[in-house]
Write a protein that binds this ligand. Sequence first.
Ligand code: HEC
Length: 131
Amino acid sequence: MTRKLGLLALFIASAAVLAAAQPNGSAIFKEHCTSCHGDDGKGIATIGTPDFTSAKIQNSLTDQEIITTITDGRKGTIMPAWKGMLSGGEIAAVASYVRSLGPTNGPGKAGPQGQPKAVASHAANLQRASY
Ligand code: HEC
């Protein structure tokens, strides 16, 4: 019985260590970014921050641009450089959180041309069938 409890405690402890090792993009965003980007990432007009939930904004940004902007900031604007404040892993985590706010992210949603993937491949099949 005590042995089982010991194993359980060990399991819980290692789960906690794993959780701590994985930077939480959502938590980082809430802590450092919402003051300028809004609680929901929709941006604040008076500050001039973009709406991360907009497909247009998301499509205008590559993953690399998001990471570079977070790392180095945006010269001439108040967007700060997070290099030295956040680790590379934390920057990657918050960058993918920014991505996740967009409507085009994830399977089954709009592909690069703004067309859902399933529809695009269905259209390709139809085209092939008509030859
Ligand atoms: C002091 C205010 C401020 C804080 C804090 C801030 N930002 Fe920004 N951010 C801005 C502004 C202003 C812009 C728009 C810059 C421009 O006009 O190009 C911006 C732009 C961006 C962009 C580029 C968007 C685009 O359309 O090009 C990304 C990505 C971004 N911020 C992510 C973050 C993340 C992630 C954090 C938190 C780690 C953060 N920002 C914290 C003010 C801030």
